[in-house]
Design a protein around this ligand. Structure first.
Ligand code: AMP
Length: 291
């Protein structure tokens, strides 16, 4: 049986109200569709920890700047439904733009100050307010016990955690590991934009993260040489152009003067005209590293 698709806020609300009245716990995976195994891993985590699994597919106009890829964002609904079904999703919520924003631009928005303005926020100033606003709205519509986000979008995860904390939203945010292709490229819906040569070159992000991690593991405690090493790796790849690289404290996303026991390495680069984002955790004490 294929996964039921619900398109209206009223219908998903009444369906999940009935589930909650029956004492069932709801796990939620918000996505923008064009699903891959990164999304699949979140669905499997939700399946393992909840009675009912809801995933949403909504390409949220609020989080795209006018010059970004809102209209060309890849879509393949039949494949998405099959992937959701294979990963244990019970119901897909796929609202239209009109269903989510019937009055046009929203007058109310959720902004997580400071965390939203650095790194991704410098390149995409309106992005995280759009993300926080739609995630808050989806949390209100779905009412999940737990919601699953990838560490691939590390800054986004940090912002959602802070929003839930600051506004006492009754949901547990679960961060999940980054799922990668065999050459280390983090899976992303936008990887489809890459030409074959660019696809090969795109593995440079992971190589840069590995170089930064190796520098920290070799004893470097000053963030500048660490990020310099990472930038040099990207600089050696002719098809790639660095947007930003950072070595930050994982909770504040600020660059410390001296690196602490856990450092989050962030990197974003254009490969051709496609903007790719990646990160990893470098841990000094036990030399473990995420994903
Ligand atoms: P998106 O559809 O790109 O908005 O992503 C929806 C969710 O999937 C977000 O929580 C992402 O962080 C997560 N995600 C995307 N790619 C990956 C990946 N390669 N590994 C783990 N999670 C991912």
């Amino acid at each position: 049986m294929t996964v039921p698709v619900v398109c209206t806020i009223d219908e998903i609300g009444s369906r999940l109200d009935a589930d909650r009245r029956a004492g069932l716990q709801v796990g939620f995976v918000p996505t923008m569709g064009y699903l891959h195994d990164g999304h699949g891993s979140l669905m499997r985590a939700a399946r393992a920890g909840n009675d009912v699994v809801v995933a949403s597919i909504f390409v949220n106009p609020l989080q795209f700047a006018p010059d970004e890829d809102l209209d060309s964002y890849p879509r393949d609904l039949d494949r998405d439904i099959a992937l959701a079904e294979a990963n244990g999703v019970d119901v897909l919520f796929i609202p239209s733009g009109e269903e989510m924003y019937p009055d046009g631009p929203v007058l109310t928005s959720v902004s997580v100050a400071e965390l939203s303005s650095r790194w991704e926020g410098e390149s995409r100033p309106t992005h995280f307010t759009g993300v926080a606003t739609v995630v808050a709205k989806l949390f209100n519509i779905i009412g999940p016990c737990r919601a699953y986000f990838g560490r691939k979008d590390f800054q986004q995860l940090t912002i959602i955690e802070r929003m839930v904390h600051d506004l006492s939203i009754p949901v547990e945010v679960v961060g999940c590991p980054i799922i990668r292709e065999p050459d280390g490229l983090a899976m992303s819906s936008r990887n489809i934009y890459l030409s074959p040569d660019e696809r090969t070159a795109a593995a440079v992000l992971r190589r840069a993260l590995d170089a930064g991690t190796a520098a920290i593991e070799a004893g470097e405690r000053n963030p500048t040489p660490v990020t310099g090493t990472m930038a040099a790796v990207v600089g050696a790849e002719p098809l790639a152009r660095l947007d930003y690289v950072a070595a930050v404290d994982p909770s504040t996303l600020e660059t410390p003067n001296i690196l602490g026991p856990r450092t989050q390495l962030l990197i974003t680069a254009y490969v051709g005209s496609t903007r790719l984002i990646d990160n990893c955790t470098a841990t000094i004490a036990d030399k473990n590293r995420d994903a």
